[in-house]
Design a protein around this ligand. Structure first.
Ligand SMILES: *Cc1c(COP(=O)(O)O)cnc(C)c1O
Length: 354
């Protein structure tokens, strides 16, 4: 792939690795390319990170044809840079784009673009334990028009941000508010896609939860508000009577790559994993009876995030004495072990950036 490179004379100073936070700092460069119907993807460039100027009638600003992805680059102890299942992100973006009637970025092109920009910004992959370089590929409609139709032109961009822990709590339990007023997704909608619009519609619930002292919301299904779906930016898993429960991927829940990897690991450890619908009442009752042993969210940003408390319709249930459970911890250790190249990668999940 031919990529034009616009070199900077002066590079930024790297931030303090102890205080990276999440998504606050950006690297020196970004990858960009354009799509038009006649030329396909073209104009592939690595250019200085900076503003993108848009005509006020650019379609994305009006009708939100925008999708994104999220993955990370990890630095191993011997200084290699690894990606985790990037082809899965590429395939998911193709599915998101299909649903939003946007052009597709072919799998190989997506992975290649990610590898190229990460290779260019290798020095930005932080060294401290638990840190990584967050990769945010995204794409949007660039056609200038205010009529509603699928846009004929798009821009694909990859930006990079060195990150620490997603939650200020670190790998410690978070408090979750079970949302029974607002809904995130319904069958036939865009719940399974990673699009900005899903977040635009769900931020209000996040706000409400935070005002009440909760970190995130647990979404219920959009029709009956009864079945458990997922947590704000993570898929959710629950251990009841030593068996794992997580919502199925059937249109409303985001098909998480961390979720998929956890299921594979849990099955290999002999756990029965129920990928099926279950109700919030089932969970709350199990909690009351002490049978809800562990709960956690799974997602690239936070990896595994233990859930220490559920609040639903005025009832508060603490899980595992608000401590990280042993299965939760084992999943975290195993996944991060593979991602940082400390454990054998039996599944061939990691891809080295050279
Ligand atoms: C990105 C995302 C996830 C997690 O997906 P991963 O591939 O594991 O990072 C879960 N739920 C929502 C709503 C998301 O946007």
């Amino acid at each position: 792939m031919k990529v034009t490179f616009e070199k900077l004379e002066i590079l930024k100073e790297k931030p303090d690795e102890k205080n990276l936070g999440f998504g606050k700092y950006f690297t020196d460069y970004m990858f960009v390319m354009d799509y038009t119907e006649d030329k396909g993807w073209h104009n592939k460039k690595i250019i200085p990170f900076g503003p993108i100027s848009l005509n006020p009638a650019t379609m994305v600003l009006h009708y939100a044809q925008e999708t994104f992805e999220g993955l990370k680059a990890y630095r191993t102890e011997d200084g290699r840079i690894l990606l985790f299942r990037p082809e899965m992100n590429a395939r998911r973006m193709i599915k998101s784009n299909e649903r939003l009637c946007m052009a597709a970025v072919p799998e190989e092109l997506f992975v290649d673009a990610v590898k190229r920009i990460v290779a260019c910004e290798k020095d930005w992959v932080p060294h401290l334990e638990g840190t990584s370089l967050y990769i945010r590929p995204f794409m949007f409609a660039t056609e200038v028009a205010v009529g509603v139709h699928p846009a004929k032109s798009y821009k694909f961009v990859v930006i990079l941000s060195p990150v620490g822990n997603y939650y200020p709590e670190g790998v410690n339990p978070v408090k979750i508010y079970v949302e029974d007023e607002y809904v995130r997704a319904t069958k036939g909608g865009t719940g399974f896609t990673k699009c900005g619009g899903n977040y635009a519609a769900s931020i209000i619930a996040q706000e409400k939860a935070q005002k009440l002292g909760y970190t995130q919301v647990l979404w219920l299904d959009g029709v009956e508000r009864k079945y458990v779906e997922e947590v704000g930016t993570m898929n959710a898993m629950f251990i009841v009577d030593n068996e794992i429960y997580t919502a199925p991927i059937d249109g409303t829940v985001l098909p998480g790559i961390t979720r998929d990897s956890c299921i594979e690991l849990l099955k290999s450890w002999g756990y029965k994993v129920h990928e099926e619908h279950f109700t919030i009442d089932f969970l709350m009752e199990a909690a009351r009876e002490g049978r809800l042993q562990e709960a956690f969210g799974t997602g690239t940003a936070a990896v595994i995030s233990p859930i220490g408390e559920l609040f639903y319709k005025g009832e508060k249930q603490v899980i595992n004495n608000f401590k990280t459970g042993s299965v939760t911890q084992k999943l975290y250790d195993t996944l991060t072990g593979i991602q940082y190249g400390k454990l054998e990668d039996k599944y061939g999940w990691t891809v080295e950036v050279v």
